[in-house]
Design a binder for this molecule. Structure first.
Ligand SMILES: Nc1ncnc2c1ncn2[C@@H]1O[C@H](COP(=O)(O)OP(=O)(O)OP(=O)(O)O)[C@@H](O)[C@H]1O
Ligand SMILES: [Mg+2]
Length: 506
């Protein structure tokens, strides 16, 4: 890609970018949220027309004006946000858009067979007949990869593929990538996790504010240097967790059972308590009931048996709206679906929870001045990169969408916070900021009559994050809490065993 320029209203997303990928390499693209990584890749995949610049493939200039062109040239892309149709099966999703020579039914059988083959070859097992809405985030990711491989991708663009994978899945996934480059495929890999980038990449290119800052070859870069290139200053990797004496129990679950979308028992007698001024980390491999647990607490999924209590009051079966009014904040895992309204502006998304109350609404009318004032404050506080408040949320970069949700949820001084994968997809600077904000909420003490900070349930698959922030750590496995340990006694090894369902030393 030579001299690529791409403008959006109010933003220069790609500022004369030169970017080259060799055959048989993993080339990582790094940069802060909003640096222009996804935009550059969408240009390569034919989703955006560049304002200037050209694309050369094997030395020949090519016109890529649509994903169909890209696929014809052997370019596959897996997006940061999934593009699957939830109501269709895996096989139907893979078949979607493929030229079909024969009847749909026979084609689907053939597609299913090939999916199973690809699954075997690359270790990407998934049931071709399962409906996508029933799959975990990690499984949906696999479908996306299979879809690209199915179409014969030679150059595979992976936009934050590991953000949704568990550590074990990442290891398997890297095996697949290594296999692919060995066979001559090329991979462009976008990630905010520097250790992963160092592990898998042959080369790294860093973008900042739409322009290339530099490129480095494997073995010539360190984490600290990459971070400095991205952010433009030194970055600390340590968190300060000041000691806090926890207060009263704010959130408790007693023997809670709930069903998954598939009708299985996703939660099997979960009991736990979170106190004011405490972060309880919930560690576990994705798909072990974390999602259902968060939904049950937030009134988004029925409780089959047992009780949920908020500040001593039974809230089992209480509606999400009432729970919000009682001071519950929720940072959902699937933000595009559960966290925001794509076609609303940034400002509207920022006040989504409180749009019906003062100061935003008066006698049934929205007070746009009040909305603009509060939104402006949130945008500054959380460093949301957006051309304006009126920009539609769907036009923000992935990490900035996350910042909008965090700003909205944390700015209400909630009594209880359920944070599911709160830093997934965030760059280093934003991750540090969110960690500090969560720690602030925890120790927000002695303010008015509130003697303690919020009670925080932190659901994360990132063990480093769990270990850095939590006061106590619970491990969930197949819908049951395996153990709850004080964070001083927790080690990655001990947690890892519990996450695999092992209770006693073997
Ligand atoms: N369709 C669009 N319309 C308007 N602005 C856009 C659009 N797509 C991206 N932008 C803007 O272009 C800039 C670059 O966004 P991009 O999505 O490429 O960032 P990114 O590096 O992928 O960030 P992240 O790590 O958060 O995913 C951002 O300021 C974003 O708001
Ligand atoms: Mg992006």
């Amino acid at each position: 890609m030579c001299g690529i320029i791409k403008r959006f209203p109010g933003v220069l997303a790609n500022d004369c970018v030169d970017f080259a990928v060799h055959q048989g390499e993993v080339h990582a693209l790094l940069g802060e949220n909003g640096a222009g990584k996804s935009t550059l890749m969408k240009v390569l995949y034919g989703l955006y027309r560049p304002d200037d610049g050209e694309i050369l493939l094997n030395g020949e200039p090519v016109q890529i004006t649509s994903p169909t062109d890209a696929i014809r040239f052997g370019i596959g892309m897996i997006h940061q946000h999934f593009m699957l149709v939830p109501s269709l099966t895996v096989a139907e999703n893979v078949a979607l858009g493929l030229p079909s020579s024969r009847g749909v039914i026979t084609d689907l059988d053939r597609v299913s067979k090939r999916i199973t083959e690809l699954g075997k070859t690359y270790g990407l097992q998934v049931d071709p007949r399962a409906r996508v809405w029933q799959l975990s985030v990690g499984q949906q990711q696999r479908v996306e990869i299979i879809k690209a491989l199915y179409r014969g991708a030679e150059l595979l663009i992976l936009d934050e593929p590991t953000a949704v994978l568990t550590p074990q899945e990442v290891a398997e996934f890297f095996q697949i990538l290594r296999q692919m480059v060995k066979e001559g495929h090329s991979v462009i890999f976008i990630s905010h996790k520097l250790q992963e980038v160092l592990d898998i990449s042959d080369r790294v290119t860093v973008l900042r504010d739409g322009a290339v800052v530099g490129s480095r070859l494997k073995g010539t870069m360190t984490k600290a240097e990459l971070a400095r290139m991205m952010v433009g200053r030194d970055v600390g990797f340590q968190r300060n967790r000041a000691p806090v004496t926890p207060g009263e129990v704010r959130l408790s679950l007693h023997d809670v059972w709930a069903r998954s979308d598939r009708g299985t028992d996703a939660l099997q007698g979960v009991s736990l308590e979170v106190r004011a001024g405490e972060i309880l980390g919930l560690a576990g491999v994705s798909g072990n009931g974390q999602r259902e647990l968060a939904q049950v607490i937030n009134g988004l999924r029925p409780v089959a048996r047992g009780h949920v209590q908020l500040e001593g009051k039974d809230t089992t079966g209480v509606s999400p709206v009432e729970l919000i009014a009682q001071g519950l904040a929720y940072i959902p895992e699937e933000r595009m679906r559960d966290g925001m309204i794509r076609d609303f502006s940034v400002a509207e998304n920022l006040i989504l929870r409180e749009h019906a109350t003062a100061p935003f609404a008066r006698r049934g009318f929205l007070d746009f001045k009040a909305i603009a004032r509060v939104a402006a404050g949130h945008i500054v506080d959380f460093n949301v990169k957006t051309p304006s408040q009126e920009t539609l949320a769907k036009n923000l970069s992935g990490g900035n969408i996350q910042k909008v949700i965090l700003a909205r949820e944390l700015s209400r001084e909630p009594r209880v916070i359920v944070a599911a994968q709160p830093t997934r997809g965030l760059d280093i600077g934003a991750t540090i900021y969110v960690h500090e904000r969560l720690l602030d909420e925890r120790s927000r003490s002695l303010r008015e009559e509130k003697r303690h900070g919020a009670a925080i349930l932190l659901i994360s698959e990132d063990l480093d994050e769990i270990l850095a922030l939590s006061d106590r750590i619970a491990v969930i496995y197949e819908g049951r809490i395996m153990d709850i340990v004080p964070s001083e006694e927790a080690t990655p090894e001990r947690l890892g065993l519990l996450m695999a369902g092992v209770t006693k030393e073997v």
